[in-house]
Ligand binder design. Structure first.
Ligand code: C2E
Ligand code: CA
Ligand code: CA
Length: 655
């Protein structure tokens, strides 16, 4: 690096560049070929017009005025050169235009051969006409025109222009110089000294023009190649990107019509932790390394980086498992032992004639997503049972806006009672999707999909609005109202501003803040603690109660209690699952309740299904109870009807 080059080497390199003595990429060669065909097309149009004019001129002069030519045979005999050139020009225009518009796909060499043949014919006739003219005492013009024409037609490498035009120049000067005999006097005319110099200058200028056009095209070709490459290349890894993949995949399928193929979606398992532990740069290196490993494991087959740590591949079914396994081993062997990294692959075999690779790929991706929590499995193929879930998922993604707009999203309310007297003290708003086509879709199905696709805030805004509207209409009728808790997804704090949204709605419907509780699930608290803390402080300050949902279902439970300020801790229903037979469960429940109390939090138990559970929880000091024993989630009116019918009585104390 930085080493000075030998002047001789430098000079040779400059010369090589000037003469075009280097290999061009396929792209650049195609670019030159297209540019040549484009100019061939223009020049041939000129040629067509010229020959037409010549034919008309012939008819006017020799057929009409002088009446020398009287038969059709004679006419074609004397005008045959014009016709030949015209027909070749027409063929060239048609061929060039069809080629440039992609209507015909012929090897580049054929275009080159054709232009050479056409050029040769032009030169021949140009020479013939000019030679005759010259011997009659006229100038040597037609040939010169043809030389310009041919030079423009065959702008290949500078070296070719130089050799070709020099050979033409020398043979021309020699041939005409030695053979041109005056028709009038029979003496050798030759070419005189002054004209020789002029002809030489003409040829040299022409060579320079051809070289300069070549270099200009070369620069353009390189620039356009770079742009095009950037458009189909992934910036980080240099691997192909998805644009390229779709094109490549279609081409691959076209080329292998009788091969069973499979789309693979490749995901680096545990990448997030790797990134967090080793930093961004190392994460990027890992991604680039996986890209290289994929290229090695699937040589010559379409692949691309889709996004983040996800890749896609299209490969033959035969031996596919082995190649996936080879990829896994390669990646595992390249990563440090301290951390678990693996490769998960979802596969989808396209069915039927032609399908959009985007949709096929999405199925492979879906299959791969199902591997997420199965550490012992690393390859899964899309099958019919998945298909049902996949279609539901697509339906959800495509219809959430419509569902919100057309009122398919409903709120069901589940009662919450005081443990001490089992009177209704609040309720939880739970989303339901009652679809006219598919019936009831459960939140377990649509919430994860909406979270994954970043659409969960649409649902949560809608639920908050319905809850506020429901409360307002009961208040307007002077009916009793209990506080309602709404669930916010952890993603809501990034997708929208939950504080602002609640403020907007409580103002719009004029709802006292104490009537709304906010549930945030425990797993939310690992993402962006500062932003979330701020949002929670704001909510608190504005008078909304905060409930820590699903406590005990994740890992970070105790830290969460230390760092955040909740009013109510909701014990996850896992604690009650084997409550009867497991003495430890009772102890754990009791300790959590005590711990919460000592930190100034009230407790609520979810999933209370039996009187025994309720009694134990009451005795252990749990403050509120929620579960099927007191009521499943139900429409608003139904819940209050239970109160009216005496199945539930509304407590006087509602805070
Ligand atoms: P979650 O917030 O923990 O809600 C409690 C879930 O437990 C509800 O399921 C409820 O029907 C169920 N459940 C209540 N009592 C019992 C019981 O005694 N036994 C049993 N086995 N289950 C009981 P659901 O309505 O299917 O909701 C599931 C989850 O979906 C919710 O869990 C919540 O995480 C989410 N979700 C529901 N609605 C919304 C919403 O509007 N926004 C957001 N972001 N998430 C929601
Ligand atoms: Ca909840
Ligand atoms: Ca819960």
């Amino acid at each position: 690096m930085g080493e000075k080059k030998n002047p001789a080497v430098k000079a040779w390199e400059m010369l090589r560049n000037a003469l075009g003595l280097y290999r061009n990429s396929e792209y650049v060669n195609d670019f030159h070929n297209q540019a040549n065909l484009q100019s061939a097309s223009y020049m041939s149009m000129v040629m067509m017009v010229l020959e037409l004019v010549m034919i008309i001129r012939y008819i006017k002069k020799y057929v009409i005025e002088e009446q020398i030519c009287n038969t059709v045979g004679e006419f074609f005999h004397y005008t045959k050169n014009y016709w030949i050139l015209m027909i070749l020009a027409v063929i060239t225009v048609i061929y060039a235009q069809m080629y440039l518009r992609g209507k015909i796909k012929i090897n580049r060499r054929f275009s080159e051969l054709w232009t050479v043949i056409f050029a040769g014919v032009c030169m021949y006739f140009g020479y013939e006409v000019s030679f005759t003219d010259y011997t009659k005492g006229r100038m040597f013009l037609c040939f010169m025109t043809m030389v310009i024409y041919v030079a423009c037609l065959l702008i290949w490498r500078p070296i070719i222009s130089i050799v070709m035009l020099s050979v033409i120049a020398v043979t021309f000067l020699e041939w005409v110089g030695n053979n041109a005999v005056s028709r009038e006097t029979g003496e050798l005319i030759g070419i005189d000294e002054g004209d020789r110099i002029n002809y030489a200058i003409f040829f040299i200028s022409l060579i320079m023009v051809a070289i300069s056009i070549y270099h200009q095209r070369q620069r353009e070709a390189k620039k356009s190649e770079a742009i095009e490459k950037a458009m189909v290349t992934d910036r980080l890894t240099g691997a192909p990107n998805m644009n390229r993949f779709y094109e490549w995949a279609l081409h691959y399928i076209d080329k292998h019509p009788n091969t069973d193929v499979i789309y693979l979606y490749v995901n680096i398992a545990n990448f997030r932790t790797y990134n967090n532990s080793f930093g961004y740069m190392r994460g990027n290196e890992l991604i680039s390394d996986v890209a290289r490993s994929i290229a090695e494991a699937f040589p010559g087959e379409p692949y691309a980086r889709q996004a983040n740590d996800h890749f896609v591949v299209l490969t033959r079914v035969e031996g596919c498992r082995d190649r996936v396994e080879a990829l896994r081993q390669r990646v595992i062997s390249h990563t440090p032992d301290e951390l678990y990294i693996d490769i998960n692959v979802g596969g989808y075999r396209p069915k039927g004639e032609y399908n959009d690779p985007r949709l096929e790929m999405d199925r492979a991706r879906y299959a791969c997503s199902l591997l997420g929590n199965r550490p012992d499995e690393h390859f899964i193929e899309y099958d019919d049972t998945m298909n049902k879930n996949y279609l539901l998922r697509q339906y959800i993604i495509n219809n959430i806006d419509k569902a919100v707009r057309d009122g398919y999203i409903k709120v069901y309310y589940q009662p919450v009672v005081w443990a001490r007297d089992r009177k209704l003290c609040s309720c939880e708003a739970l989303a339901r999707w009652v679809d006219p086509e598919r019936g009831m879709i459960s939140p377990g199905d649509f919430i994860p999909v909406l979270e994954e696709t970043g659409q969960i805030s649409k649902l949560d805004k809608c639920i908050c609005e319905i809850v506020c509207r429901d409360i307002r209409s009961r208040l307007d009728r002077g009916e009793a109202v209990v506080p309602t808790s709404v669930n916010f997804s952890r993603l809501d704090f990034g997708l929208m501003d939950p504080v602002e949204e609640l403020e907007r709605l409580t103002e719009k419907y004029d709802i006292p803040h104490r009537l709304l509780h906010v549930e945030i699930t425990e797993s939310a608290l690992t993402d962006d603690p500062e932003a979330l803390k701020k949002a929670m402080d704001d909510l608190h300050q504005k008078g909304y109660s905060l409930l820590l949902d699903d406590f005990g279902s994740g890992y970070s439970s105790l830290n969460v209690l230390k760092d955040y300020n909740f009013d109510v801790l909701k014990l996850d229903m896992v604690f009650l699952r084997d409550f009867e037979g497991n003495a430890n469960s009772k102890k754990i429940i009791k300790s959590i309740i005590d711990l919460a109390e000592s930190l100034g939090m009230k407790t609520l138990s979810e999933g209370v299904e039996t009187l025994e559970a309720a009694d134990y929880l009451e005795q252990a000091g749990c403050v509120r109870l929620q579960g099927y024993y007191y009521g499943k989630p139900m429409p608003l009116e139904e819940m209050y009807q239970m109160a009216d019918e005496g199945k539930l009585s509304i407590s006087d104390i509602l805070t």
